[in-house]
Design a protein around this ligand. Structure first.
Ligand SMILES: NC(=O)c1ccc[n+]([C@@H]2O[C@H](COP(=O)([O-])OP(=O)(O)OC[C@H]3O[C@@H](n4cnc5c(N)ncnc54)[C@H](OP(=O)(O)O)[C@@H]3O)[C@@H](O)[C@H]2O)c1
Length: 323
C-alpha cells in the first residue's frame, strides 16, 4: 500500500510517499481502507519533535510510529477473529494518537480503541476532521467543569481546537466571547459565539468583562495577562506550554494557592469521548470546520500550510481522491 513515511524527525520534507506492506488485522483489530485523514498540530508535533519532551513518547532518537495521521475515516475491509462490534463494510472514523497511521491507504486498529461508525449524512472529509481538535477542546472543557450560564472567553476560535470549543461550550449552554481575525468574524458567529472580538482591532486582555474561564485555544496569551479578566475563582487554560513551560508549572502551584487558577489537563483518548463527539455531530450540535484538502501525495504542502499557524479549522488529506 501507499503511505507517507518519516524515518527521522524534522521539517515537512522528511515525510515522503513509500510503498509499504498492508497491515493484517489480528484478534480484535479491524482493517480500515482509509478514505480521508487530516494534517493537524498533533501530527506536526510528532513529526518535528519540536518539543524535545515529546520524544519520551514518540521515540528518543527516531520516530517509533513512522506513518502519521492521527485522524482517519474510511470503510472496514477486514476484521480479526475476535471482533464483535464492527462488520466489514462499516463506514468509521476515529482518533489514534498512539499508533497514528491515517496517512496511508490502510490502517489497523483494535475495535475497543477510539473509533465509531460515521453518522448518517456525514462525508468522509467531515468525519476525518471530527476528532482531534474537538478531543483537545473537550478534555479542557471537562477539566474546567464549564456549565450553563457561565461566561467563557475562547481565544483562537478559528483553530481546530478553538472552532470545536466554541460549539461544545455553546452545547453546554454557556455564553461564549470568541477572539479571531477580521476575516473569520462571520464564521465564528455562525459557530454560535455570542460576542466576537476581532484581534486585529481590539486587544481582548483589555476587556472590562469578567469570565469564569479563559480558554486560550492557540496558546498566544499568558495567565498573567488574562488574570484581570477572570472572576474570583476563574480558570485559565492554554493549549500551549507557555513561555518557559509556565503553564504546567502554574497548574501545579495555583490550585494550592486558592482563587484564580491554571489548569493543564493531560489528554487521554477514549472510545466514550469519540462516541460523545459522534452524538454531537449526529444531532448537529457540532460540525468540524474544514479549511482545504490535499491529496495524500501532497502531504508535505499540507504540513507547510498547517505550520503557518493560519489554518481555519481542519486540513483534510484525501487518501481516496475525489471522495
Ligand atoms: N503539540 C501537540 O501535540 C499539539 C496538539 C494539538 C494542539 N496543539 C497546540 O494547540 C494550538 C491550537 O491548535 P489548532 O490546531 O487548534 O490551531 P492552529 O493551527 O494552531 O490555529 C490556527 C488558528 O489560530 C488563529 N490565530 C493565530 N494567531 C492568533 C492570535 N494571536 N489570536 C487569535 N487567533 C489566532 C489563526 O487565525 P488567523 O490566521 O486568522 O489569525 C488560525 O485560524 C496550537 O498552538 C498547537 O500547537 C499542540
Amino acid at each position: 500500500m501507499k503511505a507517507i513515511v518519516h524515518t527521522q524527525y524534522g521539517p515537512p520534507e522528511v515525510a515522503h510517499l513509500k510503498e509499504v506492506a498492508t497491515p493484517v488485522p489480528v484478534k480484535n483489530e479491524v482493517l480500515i481502507k482509509i478514505h480521508a485523514s487530516t494534517v493537524n498540530r498533533t501530527d506536526c508535533g510528532f513529526r518535528s519533535a519540536e518539543y524535545f519532551i515529546s520524544r519520551f513518547f514518540s521515540g528518543l532518537f527516531r520516530p517509533n510510529q513512522q506513518i502519521l495521521g492521527c485522524e482517519f475515516s474510511g470503510i472496514i475491509e477486514a476484521i480479526g477473529p475476535e471482533v464483535k462490534t464492527f462488520e466489514v463494510g462499516d463506514a468509521v472514523f476515529g482518533l489514534d494518537d498512539a499508533k497514528f497511521g491515517g496517512h496511508a491507504e490502510y490502517k489497523v486498529i483494535a475495535e475497543n480503541r477510539a473509533i465509531a461508525t460515521i453518522p448518517e449524512g456525514v462525508s468522509f472529509q467531515q468525519a476525518a476532521a471530527i476528532s482531534e481538535g474537538a478531543h483537545y477542546a473537550w478534555v479542557d472543557i471537562r477539566a474546567a467543569k464549564i456549565k450553563k450560564g457561565q461566561n467563557i472567553l475562547v481565544n483562537g476560535a478559528t483553530g481546530a481546537i478553538g472552532s470545536a470549543a466554541v460549539q461544545l461550550i455553546k452545547y453546554l449552554g454557556a455564553n461564549v466571547t470568541a477572539v479571531c481575525d477580521t476575516k473569520n468574524v462571520s464564521l465564528v458567529k455562525s459557530l454560535g459565539a455570542d460576542v466576537v472580538i476581532d484581534y486585529k482591532k481590539e486587544d481582548f486582555t483589555q476587556l472590562q468583562d469578567k469570565f469564569d474561564v479563559v480558554f486560550d485555544a492557540v496558546g498566544k496569551s499568558s495567565f498573567g495577562k488574562c488574570k484581570p479578566l477572570l472572576k474570583k475563582n476563574g480558570i485559565y487554560i492554554s493549549t500551549e506550554f507557555g513561555k518557559m513551560a509556565q503553564n504546567p508549572f502554574l497548574a501545579i502551584i495555583t490550585p494550592m494557592l486558592g482563587g484564580k487558577k491554571v489548569l493543564f489537563p493531560i489528554p487521554a483518548t477514549t472510545k466514550s469521548d469519540i462516541e460523545f463527539l459522534k452524538m454531537l455531530v449526529a444531532n448537529r450540535h457540532y460540525k468540524p470546520v474544514i479549511d482545504r484538502s490535499y491529496p495524500l501525495d501532497d502531504v508535505v504542502n499540507a504540513y507547510r500550510y498547517v505550520e503557518t499557524g493560519q489554518k481555519t479549522g481542519n486540513v483534510i488529506i484525501e487518501v481516496v481522491k475525489g471522495i
